[in-house]
Design a binder for this molecule. Structure first.
Ligand SMILES: CC(C)(COP(=O)(O)OP(=O)(O)OC[C@H]1O[C@@H](n2cnc3c(N)ncnc32)[C@H](O)[C@@H]1OP(=O)(O)O)[C@@H](O)C(=O)NCCC(=O)NCCS
Length: 264
């Protein structure tokens, strides 16, 4: 589970209200809206084209279970007119990505802007400052870019993805800078921790794979039997070792040392 999932889990479910819209968590009753959005050629023009049947079914099932997925309801007539989703950004671990799609009939009335602005402000104000929020949109998607710029988001990067030029936006402001700084610092810490611990590991421990689940039963049998599974740690020393100082790996793959006590 990513830090974004954890942060969302703490504040979900959440409903947001604006002058003309009600954003509420997606439910299974929204299956037809999800289908319409994912298969509409206009909506999907800058999103890789209409989605396959398999993908539609997968999304219909996953949105209602994912924290951060809202159905955008137009208050005037109670119609569901779009989706706004905040979730982990696959490009940058620790960052959240906001995505949005509205039914074409609702376009051009400022509803997209209203919905996305509400979700972005909610994330930046209400969610504990775990990581930055990004929005990525094709450079050619002028409606989406206008929307992001009109709610004060700032273009910070351009890159190619899926064979198209993409623009990456973040909300402007000091808080965003702080979130990026935290994200980068957190990554540096994790890398340093891993490097330092690895340098101190035993020769046996050095041979353990990063993914401890890849160990065969035979390999596990040759290791210290006090594997401390309750903590997810595996001692990499040979079976029956003394003294009681265990050297091994934590569930995240980092090298650690610990002394056994009676409870373990
Ligand atoms: C992007 C999208 C959500 C905008 O929704 P919307 O409700 O029409 O947005 P708004 O009415 O709030 O308009 C936002 C801005 O886009 C502009 N805009 C709207 N349609 C436009 C179009 N076809 N071409 C260029 N600009 C357009 C509006 O004029 C407005 O800019 P302004 O502030 O300068 O007036 C909608 O077009 C959509 O669902 N597109 C398909 C999905 C998609 O591409 N999502 C983005 C990637 S996650």
């Amino acid at each position: 589970m990513t830090s974004v999932d954890v942060a969302l889990g703490l504040v979900w479910p959440t409903e947001l209200r604006t002058d003309r819209l009600h954003l509420r968590p997606v439910t299974v009753e929204d299956a037809s809206l999800v289908r319409e959005l994912l298969t509409d050629t206009k909506v999907r023009a800058f999103l890789g084209g209409p989605a396959s049947e398999e993908r539609v079914t997968a999304r219909q099932a996953s949105y209602p279970t994912r924290a951060g997925s809202w159905t955008v309801v137009r208050v005037a007539d109670g119609q569901a007119v779009g989706l706004v989703v905040i979730g982990p950004d696959h490009r940058c671990d620790g960052a959240a990505e906001v995505s949005y799609q509205m039914l074409p009939d609702a376009w051009g009335k400022g509803l997209g802007r209203e919905a996305v602005a509400a979700a972005v402000s909610w994330w930046t104000e209400a969610v504990p400052a775990d990581g930055p929020l990004v929005a990525v949109t094709q450079a050619a998607n002028s409606a989406s870019r206008r929307l992001l710029e009109s709610i004060g988001m700032r273009l910070v990067d351009e890159f190619e993805e899926h064979g198209e030029q993409q623009c990456l936006y973040t909300p402007a402001g000091d808080d965003t800078e702080l979130r990026w700084a935290r994200l980068v610092a957190g990554r540096v810490d994790a890398v340093e921790r891993r490097r330092g611990a690895q340098a101190r590991a035993t020769a046996m421990g050095q041979e353990l794979p990063d993914d401890l689940t890849a160990l065969s039963p035979g390999e596990l049998a040759r290791l210290c039997s006090d594997r401390h599974g309750a903590y997810g740690r595996i001692c990499a020393r040979t079976a029956g070792h003394v003294p009681a100082l265990h050297l091994g790996r934590a569930p995240d793959g980092a090298w650690i040392a610990w002394v056994a006590n009676r409870e373990e």
